[in-house]
Structures are given as C-alpha cells and as structure tokens.
Design a protein around this ligand. Structure first.
Ligand code: MEV
Length: 305
C-alpha cells in the first residue's frame, strides 16, 4: 500500500485556533510518501526502527491496526519539526493506508477525525487544523461556524471547529526554514501559560486578524493580506513563540514581500512570506541564513494507491 499527504502552511491563526479562534491554512507542494507491507517481524518497524520509537505512528497503529506486524518505509520532502505539518502528513497518510488495508470505506472526514485523535493523544492539546489541511489539500478555514465551503465539524472537550474549504486565487509563498527544530507540544504549553497569566486578548486579536485575512485572500487583495500576516506575526511574538532566528528571516523577507510571519508552532521552524517577487524574497531569506522553499498551493490532499 502506498499513500501520501501534503505539507501545510498556516497563513493566519496558529495557536489561537487551539482556543477555537479561526485559522486559515493551505496545503503546499511538498509531500510525505509512505509504503506499508505486511512483515514477519515481531514488532512493526518504521524505516527499520521499532515503531515504539515514533509516537505518532505507534498511536495510529494502536488505534487502527489489529493485524500482523507492518514494515513501513517513509520518504518526505517536508523538513521535520519545522511547522510544515510533517507529523500530520505522516499520520493522515498512515491512517488512509491502514483504512484501505482494513477494506474500510475511506472519506476525508474519517481520516481527518482519526488523525486529530492521534495528534491529540500524542500532543496533549491540539486543534484539528494540521490533520484537516493535510487530509483535504487546497486551503481551509477552521471557524466557529459553517461557511460557504463547509466540509465537516470536529468536537473535542467542549470545543467545536467547523472545517470549511477556501477558494483563494493562486499566489506565491516563500517558506524560510531556520534549520532549528520547534516542538509543537512545548510551544502550545507555553501559550497556555501565557493565556493563564494574561488572559485571552491576544488570542482574540489573532482570531480577528485571521477572519479579515481570509476575506482579503478570497478577493485577491494580497497587499492587505500581507499587512495582516505581519500583524499576526507581531501578535505571535507577544505570545512568546517567535525566536531571533525567525525574526531575522521575517525582517530579510519584508522589503520584497507584502508581509511575513512565522508559521506553525514557532520556537524554531519556519516563517512564510507572501510575495510577488519569489526569487528576490528567497534570495533575501538565504542571505539571512535560512533555507528557502518556493511553494504554491497543493490541491491534492491525502492519496492512497
Ligand atoms: C501547529 O501547526 C499549529 C498550532 O496551532 C497547534 C495546533 O493547532 O494543534 C500551534
């Protein structure tokens, strides 16, 4: 069985989405692919290592697989622990393949919901954003209500998210990777500490920026969307998830772009710039010590062959 899923970037609303605020994300053209074979080994393996060493895969197998051991090989264009959804892509690709092996009827909704259960169990606290976008592809908005492109809803611990498809005109994004690993669970805990101490004001502000950002992107107003991205970045900085290395790449990208922000959990990982000059922006990011990826929207979500 061969399956794959795309990377994601968050355009607006990371962290605030954990508290139910809106979040806009887009799948991009970097993919994780995995192949699964039945094996005669005692324990299932991922790339030759026991699955117990890989918490997401271990959890996915525990939840979905009652059969013999499996031999799983993965290959990925997505840098790990970078905020680009490497673990969400791996989880949903695994779930889709296992469902197919169990002859279960596959739907995006089922894959995304199970993917979220796995992430939630491993991460402790999470939103269904990453597993939903890596399942669906294109672009989505998690919101408090159904929007025009409503796909499905997910509930957990009294919080509810409506997952809506977004139709945006195409635009260029340059991702800048700091080369530093960021841990999502740790950053989510850090923000929880901030919220407990200072309240929800910044979380709510991020929600408003995300709502406005979605509207700007939908009408193709990249100038406005860029400004809002930079505003979202400043709010994330206040939450404490920015780093000097991310800031360096954001600063380097701004003269040639509409706006820039960190993407994903922060504490390392990546930033994104919305730009009409992707070559120039990529060069600026590389000159500031980052690794640049020029990306575009990936319409295909999870795939199983
Ligand atoms: C991580 O890509 C996004 C966060 O908002 C966490 C989550 O939504 O689970 C930081």
């Amino acid at each position: 069985m061969i399956s794959s899923a795309p990377a994601k970037i968050i355009l607006f609303g990371e962290h605030a989405v954990v508290y139910g605020e809106p979040c806009i994300s887009m799948a991009v053209n970097l993919r994780t692919t995995l192949s699964i074979k039945r094996s005669v080994q005692k324990e299932s393996c991922v790339n030759g290592n026991p699955v117990s060493a890989q918490p997401h895969m271990k959890k996915a197998l525990e939840m979905l697989w009652k059969g013999e051991s499996l031999d799983i090989e993965t290959s990925s264009d997505i840098p790990p622990a970078s905020g680009l959804g490497s673990s969400a892509a791996l989880v949903v690709a695994t779930i889709a393949a296992l469902m197919k092996m169990c002859s279960e009827e596959i739907s995006e909704e089922k894959i995304a919901k199970r993917g979220f259960d796995v992430e939630y169990a491993v991460q402790g606290s999470a939103s269904p954003n990453d597993t939903s976008i890596c399942t669906h592809g294109s672009a989505i908005m998690l919101a408090k209500e159904k929007k025009e492109g409503f796909l499905w809803e997910i509930e957990k611990d009294g919080r509810k998210w409506f997952i809506n498809h977004c139709d945006f005109p195409e635009f260029d994004i340059v991702v800048g990777h700091t080369g530093i690993r960021g841990g999502t669970a740790e950053q989510v805990r850090k923000v929880r500490g901030f919220v407990e101490m200072h309240g929800m004001d910044i979380i709510k502000d991020i929600g408003e920026v995300a709502e406005e950002g979605a509207k700007s992107l939908a009408r193709g107003d990249l100038r406005k969307a860029g400004k809002l991205m930079t505003k979202n970045h400043r709010l994330l900085d206040m939450l404490g998830v920015n780093t000097p290395q991310i800031q360096r790449l954001v600063d380097a990208s701004l003269p040639s772009s509409y706006g820039a922000k960190l993407t994903g959990a922060g504490g390392g990982g990546c930033m994104i710039a919305l730009t009409e000059n992707p070559e120039e922006t990529a060069k600026a990011i590389e000159s500031a010590g980052g690794k640049a990826y020029r990306v575009r929207v990936e319409r295909r979500g999870v795939l199983v062959e």
